[in-house]
Design a protein around this ligand. Structure first.
Ligand code: PLP
Length: 369
């Protein structure tokens, strides 16, 4: 089976380095919030051109702590896209705020900035754009609306480490940004992990306290916090991967360009749009087709894995039944959830395997009804 993503294939070539880093952590006796975490924080801050970086337990916690540190909670509203991984909305609900969903742009699949204004109320405190599948959201427009209405902008950059928007790194574009190191993400580890970037020292200080039970000084607690830290083992592994991320992202981009070129004439599928304002780092390479189910079935028969991102928009999830959104509220997201599917793309994907996917797609026949 050719998988849609393959974290193992990018780690095995650097296995010796990873094992040696794990051994160093083991022998150091320092397992939580040690030197690997602080060095990783400094390295990522430098790379993403921000002054502060705080490592946490996972991407969902990154979003939750970022919202909490911005003072967002009960009685507040946060605007976000309905077409994302569930965690984006979940974090908003977790801090007690109300999620206000909006529809997406049909080309980029990112939050449609034209829908923000009509959803702003006196309770609105923040906007969370998601750089979906690795392509930056329209940050200029989003930041402009946010500054006119005194709203915070929290980037959900979990799928887009290394992407650039108008020459600036994702993670440096709003007030705060959140990343995940879940194994399938572009920059990842062999478990869970996450990180928050900001250039606001007040927010950073509060997040540092929140991740350690609301405490700045050991055993003295200023507020109710969380236990959300990145382990030294994961920090050590991510530091190694950080040296390869640009190369890995370049491989993703060139494989995507190859797909774009070779698939563009197949009339039953639409290749992904990439804006010339930014770089797309292709966390996922998603095609759009009316014939998705048939294509998935055919590819499966030829040992090619596909994935559906996302089969149900968040506003229609059972967990959000209480918000009373209806089918038809966000037609673009709902339509994408019926048409999009990801095909194999990861840095170690060989041209030979990629050609198998291309040829399989070229030979699929559908009956037009
Ligand atoms: C992966 C992901 C998250 C959550 O990250 P975890 O580390 O799995 O908690 C949040 N938002 C988006 C868009 C993601 O892709």
């Amino acid at each position: 089976m050719i998988p849609i993503s393959n974290p193992r294939s990018q780690l095995i070539p650097i296995e010796a380095e990873i094992l040696s880093a794990i051994k160093d952590v083991l022998q150091s006796g320092n397992y939580i919030l040690g030197e690997n975490v602080s060095t990783l924080e400094a390295e990522i801050a430098k790379k993403l051109q921000v002054s502060e970086c705080i490592a946490v337990a996972n991407g969902t916690d990154a979003l939750t702590l970022a919202l909490h540190a911005c003072g967002i909670g009960e009685g507040d509203e946060v605007i976000t896209t309905t077409f994302s991984f569930f965690a984006t909305a979940e974090a908003i609900s977790r801090v007690g705020a109300k999620v206000i969903f909006i529809d997406v742009d049909e080309k980029t699949f990112n939050l449609d900035h034209n829908k923000i204004l009509e959803n702003i109320t006196t309770a609105t405190k923040a906007i969370i754009p998601v750089h979906l599948f690795g392509q930056p959201a329209n940050m200029n427009e989003i930041n402009k609306i946010a500054s006119e209405h005194n709203l915070r902008v929290i980037e959900d950059a979990c799928q887009a480490f290394g992407a650039m928007y108008q020459g600036k790194p994702v993670g440096s574009l709003g007030d705060v940004a959140c990343f995940s190191f879940f194994p399938t993400k572009n920059l990842s580890t062999i478990g869970d992990g996450g990180i928050i970037t900001t250039s606001d020292p007040t927010i950073a200080k509060r997040i540092r306290s929140l991740r350690a039970h609301g405490s700045k000084k050991k055993y003295f607690h200023d507020e109710i916090g969380y236990n959300s830290r990145l382990d030294e083992i994961h920090a050590a592994i991510i530091r190694i991967c950080l040296e390869h991320i640009d190369d890995w992202n370049e491989k993703r981009k060139s494989l995507a360009a190859r797909y774009n070129k070779k698939l563009k004439d197949i009339h039953i599928i639409k290749t992904p749009f990439a804006s010339n304002q930014s770089t797309h780092v292709y966390h996922l390479y998603c095609l759009e087709s009316e014939y998705r189910e048939k294509i998935i079935e055919e590819l499966y028969k030829q040992n090619i894995q596909t994935g559906i991102y996302y089969p149900c928009s968040i506003h229609l999830q059972k967990a959000y039944k209480h918000l009373a959104y209806q089918v038809g509220d966000f037609p673009i997201a709902e339509s994408l959830s019926k048409k999009l599917f990801a095909i194999p793309l990861y840095p170690a994907l060989s041209y030979k395997d990629q050609d198998k996917v291309i040829n399989a797609l070229k030979t699929i026949k559908v009956c037009h009804s």
